[in-house]
Design a protein around this ligand. Structure first.
Ligand code: DC
Length: 231
């Protein structure tokens, strides 16, 4: 089964996909991590993230491997270097929309994603999974939440908490406001770019997670998966 989960930053895609991958023994494909890894490499190499040909070359040559850490969490390696932590910095956040808007980058990443999905049992999350990467996915979800709810979750995550579990976590208000502004800016860039903008596939189920618990979102998606399996 292929499950596609798309939605804006902070909508809860990653946590939900991680949980379902574990419960249903599906391979987890965090496509945002791939765009982040390319962005990190650009910054390391001093390449301007808007320099399409230089960034495209880098993406063409990239080897990205997902692995599993001792605690069961997913790791990401780029050309043999573990970049799991490095790809979550504010600097990467600020530059990843520019990098992921480049045609050559998307072409290279979509090809890698399809290769990774070729074995079939995959839950992939990103922005264009249901529309472009796996248009024939068995279950497509478009997961959204209000910008405020998303900023809160991202801030809690940055501060080492899991908002999926600690819905009443106390976070730094200034930090939350900064993250909110960055999310709004990224939403705008990701939704308005020419190639594979963030949009809901026609056959995707829309779930707004603003007022749902993490477990409620997981069960709604698993129920949709069961419908397909039992059809
Ligand atoms: O889900 P995330 O925040 O880790 O994604 C990082 C960025 O990568 C996001 O701003 C948009 C881009 N992205 C994309 O363009 N296509 C995808 N399939 C996944 C992410």
């Amino acid at each position: 089964m292929i499950v596609a989960i798309d939605g804006p930053a902070g909508s809860g895609k990653s946590s939900v996909a991680r949980r379902i991958a574990k419960e249903r023994q599906l391979t987890l494909l965090d496509t945002g991590a791939m765009y982040r890894a390319i962005t990190w490499e650009c910054l390391q190499e001093g390449i301007d993230p808007t320099d399409e040909s230089a960034v495209g070359r880098l993406a063409d040559q990239a080897h990205i491997d997902f692995g599993t850490a001792a605690d069961g969490s997913q790791t990401v390696a780029l050309n043999g270097t573990d970049v799991t932590q490095q790809i979550r910095t504010p600097q990467v956040d600020q530059n990843v929309s520019a990098v992921s808007a480049i045609h050559e980058v998307r072409k290279a990443m979509v090809e890698l994603q399809r290769q990774m999905g070729a074995q079939g049992d995959v839950i992939a999350e990103g922005r264009d999974i249901g529309t472009t990467v796996f248009p024939n996915a068995d279950v497509k979800i478009f997961l959204t939440a209000s910008p405020e709810a998303r900023a809160f979750r991202r801030t809690a995550q940055r501060e080492g908490m899991d908002a999926a579990i600690q819905a009443d976590a106390q976070v730094n208000a200034r930090e939350q406001e900064k993250i909110l502004q960055d999310l709004i800016r990224r939403d705008q860039l990701d939704s308005s770019r020419a190639e594979s903008p963030l949009r809901q596939a026609e056959d995707a189920h829309h779930i707004d997670s603003s007022d749902l618990t993490f477990d409620q979102v997981v069960s709604q998606i698993e129920a949709l998966m069961d419908e397909v399996t039992n059809a």
